[in-house]
Design a protein around this ligand. Structure first.
Ligand code: AKB
Length: 320
């Protein structure tokens, strides 16, 4: 591959693993990582890193010019919980960064863009089970509104200016390398941390709150597989599905490994956000259009999470 890739928001939960995987695939010098702050040691040491504010168009253009970038993955965003606390800041970050990258692509300075959408585009009026690709989208959160508006902007730039842009509506993504920040689905990561460290978790969602989720390896595979597909006639922010579970179900899976683990439920304001989202997703279009499929079920993911987090915490203790 001759493309040079820019990741904006490379130090976040998804950005970190996406950068590492793309570097492994295409070579460290082909993937430029940028973020507003530095990231993990592994990320910082594996290739070029530059500090970049995703809302600064000139700075983005300078980096694109400096490294002769042809593809951009725009991963910087404020997620659902933080965005409710800082609605205007979230709107500015989520929309301005996208607008800059779309305009740069329109001016033919880059060839291809990846921009992540989310199941947050759906709202209370959306069918909750097996939520279709095309259905009612009336999000109730600032984050969801920004993702829905973003999807429409992507479609507009694709149709009017021929911009090649790919999107996925990510469900909750579960991983152990980089910590998540500010999402509603983050409980399903926190629970593993607390199970190992304290054998106890106080959950901010109620026991039967079912949400669509996915292990990071599957999400990264989906992202990279979609990006290598040709430019399509129509822009679609693809529904993708893997697993879905409730706090009670994930707790019971963890208990198989940590028998004295216990959970209590203290739903807070995040419950309302979770209740507005689907419980399961219909991803038949992603399956049909680019052969999407997942690998990690709840059992396999739990084993992977617990094993890797234990090793990570041990290493942190040793280095402390
Ligand atoms: C969040 O919880 O805000 C995100 C998402 C579902 O997009 N993980």
């Amino acid at each position: 591959m001759n493309d040079t890739i820019l990741i904006i928001g490379a130090c976040g939960q998804i950005g970190t693993e996406l950068t590492l995987k793309l570097r492994e695939k295409h070579g460290n010098d082909k993937v430029i990582a940028t973020d507003i702050r530095e990231g993990s040691k592994e990320l910082m040491q594996s290739g070029t890193f530059e500090i970049l504010n995703a809302t600064d168009k000139e700075a983005i253009e300078q980096i694109i010019e400096k490294y002769k970038i042809s593809q951009v993955y725009l991963m910087a965003a404020m997620l659902s919980v933080t965005a409710e606390k800082f609605p205007e800041k979230a709107w500015r970050l989520n929309m301005n960064s996208l607008s800059h990258v779309l305009n740069i692509a329109k001016d033919k300075k880059i060839k291809k863009v990846f921009w992540p959408s989310s199941i947050a585009v759906f709202g209370n009026s959306t069918p909750k089970q097996n939520t279709p690709q095309n259905t009612v989208t009336e999000p109730t959160t600032v984050y969801g509104i920004s993702k829905l508006a973003g999807e429409r902007w992507c479609a507009y730039y694709h149709n009017k200016f021929g911009v090649d842009i790919k999107s996925i509506r990510y469900p909750g993504i579960i991983s152990w390398k980089a910590n998540p920040g500010g999402g509603t689905t983050d409980y399903a990561i926190e629970i593993y941390h607390k199970a190992i460290k304290e054998k106890h978790y106080e959950c901010f969602l109620s026991e039967n709150t079912r949400l669509p989720m996915m292990f990071m390896d599957d999400a990264i595979k989906a992202t990279i597989d979609l990006m290598v597909t040709d430019k399509s006639e129509e822009y679609k922010a693809y529904n993708i599905a893997a697993i879905n579970f409730t706090p009670k179900e994930i707790a019971s899976e963890i208990s198989k490994h940590i028998t004295d683990f216990n959970i209590e439920y203290k739903p807070d304001f995040r419950q309302e956000i979770a209740d507005s989202w689907p419980q399961s997703i219909d991803d038949s279009e992603a399956k049909k259009d680019w052969n999407w499929d997942y690998e990690f079920d709840l059992e396999k993911m739990t084993t992977e999470m617990l094993e890797n987090l234990k090793l990570k915490f041990e290493a942190e203790l040793k280095n402390a």
